[in-house]
Ligand binder design. Structure first.
Ligand SMILES: *Cc1c(COP(=O)(O)O)cnc(C)c1O
Length: 432
């Protein structure tokens, strides 16, 4: 029996309609930018395995750091205890993050990092006796994870519709997503800012926080917006006494061309959610980073004012060791150069692809992420995906949006070959 068959008998997969899904692919091992399946085929991982991988698969430095940590301390309760790797990881991140983001709360994944930020923002108000602050502001299309709080602020992503009656209510802003040569961006931004002004005028005293994926909405199709727009939103929101949460679960650790997307916006949030790339894609780990101003609001002689939240594997030492090793790689000049080379390759190849195929439109690019929309009937998208797999490219479109988000070890030549492959697939679809 193949791995895929043994799996099919037992396992229920994430985000998958099991009735109509393509056959699962058994992966035996991976190295650098490639996955190797059980039939010996190589697949170029152009989605960084759901946006987590930074430096390539099975990177020896990270593998070694985890192995050494496992022999020293695999885990310890994090209430009342601490350990070297957690402290070192936070010290190093503290040097990379803007002041005053200097308080670190660990959890396990992107959704929990968001839950923690939402709970901190709400309880910060509660602890100050501002009990009317029970609303959150979010963007249409925003995706923040699959737990209940994260679903509530991501309800307009379309991923959580059946759960709507169970979610708390949020105010949703239009998201002025844009692309290269978009003639209407100014208008779209103005509309969104007007809606924001109306919400602030009416509800500012009830809104605890705004949550946003800065610069790019991942799950709703790699939808990008302009940094100036986010900057204006943050200014208005802060002036109204509303806290700001940046969900950088996907955008963190270089993906957008800077270490964090916030650097391109020039505004610092009250909360920063990090996960995915935090361990270089090796282990589940997350951080919610906040300010001492927020932290101090939880200090009291009563336990009731503390943040009553924690997970069994909080600050797992193996994850922290992976995080330190990944940061070391990220800080190397050759990583910065590789990211720049990927960025340039996207720009060039996207332009060529748009010229070559009339099915390609709304090309857009941000750092190491390239994306476009495909003019193809929805029913034909799976055959596009399968044609990519057949040629050895792991690409997983989000509805009609195709994106390439490779690990930083991917060479420009490799990325070019993927764009070439896409161009050929689109040409063959056109002939049919
Ligand atoms: C993936 C993602 C999440 C959820 O992270 P999980 O680790 O899958 O729970 C939250 N926010 C953003 C922006 C994401 O891309």
């Amino acid at each position: 029996m193949t791995l895929a068959d043994r799996d099919k008998a037992l396992i229920w997969h994430p985000f998958t309609q099991e009735k109509t899904a393509l056959p699962r692919i058994g992966i035996r091992n991976a190295q650098g930018a490639y996955l190797y399946d059980e039939n010996g085929n190589a697949l170029m991982d152009l989605i960084s395995s759901w946006w987590v991988n930074l430096h390539g698969h099975a990177h020896p430095d990270i593998a070694l750091a985890i192995a050494q940590q496992a022999q020293k301390l695999e885990h310890v309760i994090f209430a009342g205890f601490t350990h070297e790797s957690a402290v070192t990881l936070c010290e190093q991140l503290n040097l990379l993050l803007p002041h005053p983001l200097s308080r670190f709360f660990f959890s396990d994944n992107g959704s929990t990092a968001v839950e923690v930020a939402l709970k901190m923002a709400y309880q910060a108000a509660h602890n100050q006796n501002k009990k009317e602050k029970t609303l959150f502001l979010s963007f249409e299309g925003g995706y923040h994870g699959d737990t209940f709080g994260a679903m509530s602020v991501g309800i307009q992503s379309g991923f959580h519709d059946p759960f709507e009656p169970l979610l708390f209510s949020t105010l949703t802003l239009p998201f002025p997503h844009t692309w290269i040569s978009d003639p209407h961006i100014q208008e779209k931004e103005e509309i969104a800012l007007e809606v924001l002004d109306q919400y602030i005028a009416k509800y500012s005293h009830q809104i605890a926080a705004l949550i946003v994926e800065p610069l790019i909405q991942g799950a709703s199709g790699m939808r990008m917006c302009r940094p100036e727009f986010i900057k204006q939103v943050i200014r208005k929101v802060k002036d109204a006494g509303i806290l700001v949460i940046f969900d950088e679960v996907m955008t963190g650790f270089g993906r957008t061309g800077t270490l964090f997307a916030l650097e391109q916006i020039g505004e610092t949030p009250d909360f920063l959610c990090l996960s995915k790339g935090l361990t270089g894609g090796f282990l589940p780990l997350a951080l919610t980073v906040t300010t001492d101003e927020i932290y101090n609001l939880f200090l009291s002689d009563e336990f009731a004012k503390a943040l009553s939240h924690g997970h069994s594997y909080t600050a797992n030492p193996l994850g922290c060791a992976a995080g330190i090793a990944s940061l070391n790689l990220l800080r190397q000049p050759k990583t910065t150069q590789a990211m720049k080379a990927l960025s340039d390759t996207h720009t060039r190849c996207l332009t060529e692809l748009e010229k070559a195929s009339d099915r390609v439109h709304r090309i857009r690019q941000l750092g190491t992420i390239g994306a476009f929309d495909l003019n193809l009937p929805p029913a034909q998208m799976p055959s596009f995906t399968q044609a990519c797999l057949k040629r050895g490219f792991l690409i997983r479109p989000l509805k009609q949006s195709v994106y390439l988000l490779p690990p930083y070890c991917t060479t420009p030549e490799m990325l070019e070959s993927a764009y070439q492959g896409i161009q050929e697939i689109l040409a063959s679809l056109a002939r049919r």
